[in-house]
Write a protein that binds this ligand. Structure first.
Ligand code: AKG
Length: 311
């Protein structure tokens, strides 16, 4: 990473102009006794001496789900999967979005692309498309989905970010917590919506059941903490290589999710997952991944040591 992109004061200066989206942290920092401004860089190192315990007292998962009307109306297979979320680190909601809704979402993505309102970033990602489309925003904030995600998280799940793909992500195995972290850990949840039928040929999602119970691997684990002035110098590929070495050493067993259009796959903040190779480029692999943060947590980006811009 270039020296300029590593300079923490440059990020802090940018953050000063994002006061409205960061000021909520000031109260949380004060409560924790952290000597920080809303615009300061932040990473897991800042929480090293604080207790790791989750925020507040949360009832056990079955009690949270059983209280939820959104849960009560689901088919048995989805209920069973949700009840096992804390053991497995994932849950599947088969056919959660009907075909018409999927078609409307795909039409919106096409409209946004052809009008130039959203553009591919980082090779094949359409970031934050929900900010440009009421149809996509309503899907991302579907009340039944939000209720289920909040029950799983044990806190309100608030939409933070979305990524649409037209092709396989082909992302190497990772945990979202290296990108979007929280204090206490675990205040993030993701929902991945299949907008195409997905086979072995068009880059299915992969995941490692139970891997959310491993330690959260963060900057210190691959020697990327940086110093008071600079964020860590390591390339992201070094994080990926570190995770691959953990997967090998622990003998973790990969599974592949062959989704049908409208299926939703929910993953835990620390579940290891990624995208398989997209071998048949004649096929699309449309999907939308949604990341939600708990507003009760401090939300930040571990690698770049930036507080997350909410709202
Ligand atoms: O869609 C995929 O293949 C993986 C997406 C992913 O890993 C992520 O957004 O964190």
């Amino acid at each position: 990473m270039s020296f300029l992109r590593r300079l923490k004061p440059a990020y802090a200066l940018y953050n000063i102009f994002q006061r409205r989206r960061l000021i909520h942290n000031a109260v949380l920092y004060k409560k924790l006794g952290l000597n920080k401004s809303y615009f300061s860089p932040i990473s897991s190192r800042d929480f090293r001496n604080l207790p790791a315990t989750p925020a507040g007292n949360v009832p056990a998962l079955p009690a949270r789900l059983v209280q939820s009307e959104a849960f009560a109306v689901l088919p048995a297979a989805a209920q069973t999967s949700l009840l096992a979320f804390e053991d497995n680190g994932f849950a599947v909601l088969p056919g959660f979005f009907p075909a018409e809704r999927v078609a409307a979402m795909n039409a919106e993505v096409e409209r946004l692309l052809s009008s130039g309102e959203v553009k591919f970033k980082y090779r094949n990602k359409l970031m934050f498309a929900f900010r440009h489309s009421e149809t996509l925003r309503q899907a991302a904030q579907d009340p039944q989905l939000l209720e289920l995600l909040s029950a799983l998280l044990g806190h309100e799940a608030r939409l933070f970010q979305s990524i649409n793909f037209l092709s396989g992500s082909e992302q190497h195995t990772h945990s979202d917590s290296i990108h979007m972290s929280t204090y206490p850990l675990g205040g993030l949840i993701a929902a991945w919506v299949a907008l195409d039928d997905i086979t072995l040929e068009n880059g299915p999602l992969h995941y490692f059941p139970g891997s959310h119970q491993l330690p959260y691997y963060l900057n210190a684990d691959y020697d990327n903490e940086g110093n008071a002035l600079l964020i860590g110098a390591k390339d992201y590929s070094e994080y990926e290589a570190f995770i691959e070495s953990r997967v090998q050493a622990l003998g973790l067993q990969k599974q592949i999710f062959l989704a049908r259009k409208g299926d939703i796959f929910i993953w835990h903040a620390n579940l290891l997952h990624g995208g398989e190779a997209h071998t048949n480029k004649a096929l699309t692999r449309k999907s939308m991944v949604l990341h939600y943060f708990s507003p009760d947590h401090i939300c930040y980006h571990e690698v770049t040591q930036r507080p997350a811009l909410l709202g």
